[in-house]
Design a protein around this ligand. Sequence first.
Ligand SMILES: Cc1cc2nc3c(=O)[nH]c(=O)nc-3n(C[C@H](O)[C@H](O)[C@H](O)COP(=O)(O)O)c2cc1C
Length: 210
Amino acid sequence: MTKVLYIKGNPKGTEQSYSLRLGQDFIAAYQAAHPDAVVSELDLYEDHIPLIDADVMTGWGKLAAQSELSHHEASKVQRLGELVDQFLAHDIIVIAAPMWNFGYPPMVKAYIDAVSVAGKTFTYTEKGPVGLVKDKKAVIIEARGGQYSGTPASAVVHSQTHLSAVLGFLGITEISTVLAEGLNLDPSKAEDIYAAASSRGKQIAASLGA
Ligand SMILES: Cc1cc2nc3c(=O)[nH]c(=O)nc-3n(C[C@H](O)[C@H](O)[C@H](O)COP(=O)(O)O)c2cc1C
């Protein structure tokens, strides 16, 4: 039984968001092709995703020193642990998010920080860092207002490229990407761009395997 974690990285409602509509389409197509799959949802703007702040830093320090954490420190550190455990417990990670200022919305970065944990998802060795996340696949779904692929502007993309780099660093080698670009360039073309990206996503969903 394949476990899919669908991560929503956009504060908008699904109907108002191209990235979330694409995410929803992908999940529906994956479930149609793999009826036994179990999908869990994590909404980075509704569910609690602690930032790595002063409480977390001091909490980690106290854990290392085996001293007692404050209530705030303990609850944030515990929640971060739950998030990395949830990440590790799924076979396919699907993340849908928009491009914001050439990167992703800040809660996506907060999630990246939550699951990039030395000793759990990667480790340092004498030969350099090694990803510990094996036998997992990822799908990155992104909506962009402008057009970057195939243009000199691709140099400023720090969204999908950053997330792919982090997931690769953690050990995930099979990463598929669904991009909808140029959505804000000509409003009359946006639905066609979305439909083409949705169709690419559905093809990936059908061929991804369990
Ligand atoms: C705060 C904000 C920042 C944005 N920054 C960019 C950007 O840097 N590059 C770009 O191409 N589009 C940018 N956009 C446009 C969105 O990427 C575009 O509207 C996309 O469709 C949003 O995805 P969504 O429909 O899933 O919300 C930005 C939109 C917002 C709200």
